[in-house]
Design a protein around this ligand. Structure first.
Ligand SMILES: [Zn+2]
Length: 427
């Protein structure tokens, strides 16, 4: 593309932010959307044929772990960005549980510099709530906001001390940034490696009770009611947690929630073969929890989809189930897995799915993204909804391979990922 123009021809343009769902062309110039819909002729533009494909705002994932600084052998910001665009994502937000944690201005700067050098997708930084994520002293959130932090989280663990969480919520209301909580009471969850229930008992593995999640959400909702802080429930996983968020929203509290692909597709039973690629936190739950999460997506209780992309090196995941770290990668398999969980069974149509991967996550972090409005940043994903393929972790751009969906036959695949008008990935 020499003159900065790109013409995407003949796709089904789905832009939930503007309630658009039409077949037509889309023109990009100088990094912005300049014309949407109808037949567009521009002989000077590079052309991308999109007949039979969906053309939508670039997908957004507000929950990824890129492991830099500290564990660059598992992932770094460049490899994570490559995985993102291969999965159709144009914007991601990095959690701060790196080593050292992203708990100060210079660390937030570091993420933005590395992301700019990688030059693949928009990478936003989420700052730690507490220094070193130790759950004690509040981090300098104000300075991190000035450096570009889009939200705050001690993800990987919940903030256990109630007074600390209360002060954190009071603090963030000064900046209109959300708290993204890893909702898990650490004392309740202590030592657990999978969902507490009949499967854990049968396998002889220590469990994490659903109450660990629900107790922290209940406490936090009380704090939200008093502080007015924006509060986001990361990776919701239990049916009672979904009900708590539903009630909080009905009461008008500024609460949002996300759910991962694995919490929509896999149950605790998957742990029966002791595959450490099924060891995630929060743990895989039960069929009724999955049904509640799906219902939460349908009725809007759960705002958005997020992968919790959590790379780990092979050596670590080859440990025993008890000792292996929590987490799986997700960026390059997310879209077809959402299709399998939500579209194929008829729970959602494409516009609703895309809404939960674009404008909704953008709103959680107040990102000026997730729309194809004229003048908006030209972040666009082109999806072939009928393309069938087999997930092959060996082919991933991610440095890690910890994916329980390897070898799954799926449908739908991103075929082009465009960031600021530049094609960053093309199948
Ligand atoms: Zn988490």
């Amino acid at each position: 593309m020499t003159n900065g123009k790109l013409l995407i021809k003949g796709g089904r343009i789905i832009d939930p932010a503007n309630k658009v769902d039409v077949v037509g062309d889309l023109l990009i110039a100088d990094g912005r959307i300049t014309q949407v819909g109808g037949k567009i002729a521009d002989a000077s533009a590079e052309t991308l044929a999109a007949a039979g494909c969906i053309v939508c705002p670039g997908l957004i994932d507000i929950h990824v772990h890129f492991r830099e600084p500290g564990e660059e052998n598992a992932e770094n910001i460049a490899s994570g960005s490559a995985a993102a665009v291969a999965g159709g994502f144009t914007s991601v937000a990095c959690m701060p549980n790196t080593n050292p944690a992203l708990d100060e201005e210079t660390a937030i700067d570091f993420v933005y510099r590395k992301a700019a050098a990688a030059n693949l997708c928009n990478v936003y930084a989420i700052g730690a709530i507490t220094k070193g994520r130790r759950g004690e002293e509040l981090a300098e959130m104000g300075q991190m906001v000035r450096a570009g932090a889009v939200g705050f989280s001690d993800d990987g663990q919940g903030v256990a001390q109630t007074g600390t969480m209360y002060r954190a919520m009071q603090y963030v209301t000064m900046f209109d940034r959300p708290i993204l909580q890893h909702c898990e009471d650490p004392d309740m969850a202590h030592g657990g490696v999978m969902n507490a229930g009949t499967t854990a008992t049968r396998l002889g593995l220590p469990g994490i009770h659903p109450m660990a999640e629900e107790l922290m959400i209940q406490r936090d909702l009380t704090l939200v009611r008093h502080t007015g802080a924006r509060y986001h429930v990361c990776h919701i996983s239990t049916h009672r947690a979904v009900e708590l968020v539903r009630q909080a929203k009905a009461a008008g509290l500024p609460v949002s929630a996300e759910v991962t692909p694995h919490h929509l597709l896999l149950t605790e039973e998957t742990c029966s073969n002791f595959d450490t690629n099924c060891k995630v936190n929060p743990p895989l739950r039960t069929r009724s929890d999955i049904e509640a999460c799906i219902q939460g997506l349908i009725d809007g209780t759960i705002d958005c989809l997020a992968t919790d992309h959590a790379p780990h090196g092979i050596q670590q995941k080859e440990l025993e189930f008890l000792d292996a770290p929590f987490g799986i990668i997700g960026l390059e398999s997310a879209l077809p897995l959402y299709v399998k969980a939500l579209i194929e069974p008829g729970h959602l149509e494409w516009p609703a799915l895309i809404e939960k991967m674009t404008v909704r996550p953008a709103r959680v972090l107040s990102l000026n993204k997730g729309t194809l409005a004229v003048g908006a940043d030209a972040d666009v994903t082109v999806i072939d909804p009928k393309r069938t393929w087999t997930i092959d972790a060996a082919q991933f751009a991610s440095k890690s391979r910890n994916c329980p969906f390897h070898d799954w036959p799926v449908a739908a695949r991103p075929v082009a990922t465009i960031v600021a008008g530049q094609i960053k990935y093309r199948l």
